[in-house]
Design a protein around this ligand. Structure first.
Ligand SMILES: Cc1cc2nc3c(=O)[nH]c(=O)nc-3n(C[C@H](O)[C@H](O)[C@H](O)COP(=O)(O)OP(=O)(O)OC[C@H]3O[C@@H](n4cnc5c(N)ncnc54)[C@H](O)[C@@H]3O)c2cc1C
Length: 193
């Protein structure tokens, strides 16, 4: 277990210079992929530039619509789906991939399958784009090395690592007895069949 349970948000807030929830990257600058979209507040200069770009794009869209005789689209209230991911979208997608891959991992994996699974998991602390997420995971993996001996132990190991993140973020822990139901079989009432 990591000794540093401080959230990067707390660390950043301690400086009193960043908006709540904004996270710094290893280069000391605000880290977009480490920050939830709702907490991402570009600096004033950047905001002005973004506003100008948005206004220019809107004006161009109005002119194009007028020229083609169609009405212009209003700017959506919610973030369009084709925007780059924030820390939450990236996290959710990664968990879906990891839990599902574990759920379909063989009960008796071959040496090659074990080695590839280990490579996949060990790559995360090195390559995962959210740097503080990656380093927390790396610390966790040193204390709790991945168990790739079979589907069930791997799913449990992953569930426990996910629960560590849930706990750190103040979320409820997931019942690890339910990983197959959530990621493979679906509920017994058949609502997902
Ligand atoms: C390796 C990794 C490290 C991360 N570290 C951070 C971090 O340090 N700081 C940060 O802000 N965000 C981090 N994230 C993102 C964070 O975990 C969430 O993905 C994000 O906050 C969105 O949460 P969510 O509530 O949508 O559900 P998620 O936590 O993304 O979960 C998706 C779904 O998985 C299921 N689930 C939940 N817990 C478990 C479990 N234990 N086992 C099996 N299934 C489960 C639930 O059905 C849930 O709806 C990390 C993500 C990853 C992949």
């Amino acid at each position: 277990m990591t000794s540093d349970t401080t959230q990067p948000n707390d660390r950043n807030n301690a400086t009193g210079k960043l908006p709540p929830g904004m996270v710094l990257g290893p280069d000391g600058k605000p880290c977009k992929i480490c920050t939830a979209f709702r907490n991402w507040k570009p600096a004033e200069g950047q905001q002005a530039q973004n506003r100008k770009q948005a206004q220019d794009a809107k004006a161009a869209a109005v002119m194009a619509a007028a020229a083609s005789g169609t009405s212009s689209q209003a700017r959506p209230d919610v973030r369009p789906e084709n925007c780059p991911p924030d820390v939450e979208v990236l996290g959710r997608s990664t968990w879906v991939f990891l839990h599902t891959t574990a759920a379909y991992y063989p009960d008796k994996p071959s040496p090659t399958q074990r080695a590839n699974m280990l490579n996949l998991l060990h790559a995360l602390p090195v390559l995962y784009p959210c740097s503080h997420c990656a380093s927390h995971l790396g610390e966790e993996m040193q204390v709790y090395p991945p168990d790739v001996s079979g589907r069930i132990p791997l799913s449990r190991w992953l569930c426990e690592r996910h629960n560590e993140v849930n706990e750190r973020l103040g979320k409820e822990k997931f019942d690890c007895a339910k990983t197959d139901e959530r990621w493979k079989d679906g509920p017994s009432d058949g609502s997902c069949d």
